[in-house]
Design a protein around this ligand. Sequence first.
Ligand SMILES: [Cu+2]
Length: 213
Amino acid sequence: MPTRLAALLTLIPASAAFASGVTVQLSDAAGKPIQDAVVYVEAEPGQAVPKTMKPAEIAQKGLKFIPTVTVIQTGSRISFPNNDRVRHHIYSFSPAHKFDQKLYSGTTAEPQTFEKPGVVVLGCNIHDKMVAYVRVVDTPFFAKTDAKGMAQVDMPAAGGKYIVKAWHYDMVASQPAEQAVAVKAGDAMTPVAFRMPMKPPSLDNEPSPFSNY
Ligand SMILES: [Cu+2]
């Protein structure tokens, strides 16, 4: 893109009519929508992407992590407000980000900066059922699918070749599904659809989610 045009486009607010990016429809092998999947769009090698570093928050409330799934760009921070009266002990053994924080009731864990791309599974040492997933990605272009399996990834002023990836913590494959996509520049969203085989609903004898990452 000519520099002058790029400079002009940066003057247009993200909410203006110049919506570009991809809309993703995610369904399982039977065609049912997949909710809470992470979809993200990576540039082809050698192509720079902006660093937006939007921070995120994973709260603890009612002995749950909220939300269950979080996606952030590599280098971003997540804070962990504790809204419960009980204490939690948040930890992760995942190679992408190991940490361990004992907390007292009402206290909040230090924010963590996630420096490596990958999957980080969070647990609580006191409440075994608490689990949350952080997908750390090398791009600012990402979204989560809704109840209809749809996600819209806004890519302001983008256009060109990209790789769209989709990941869910219950997917059968160990690596994200991916498709090469030519994203249209200007006022257009490029539709992408994925079929992703999923594991059967949880069984009591299922291996712990912590063993996968
Ligand atoms: Cu806990």
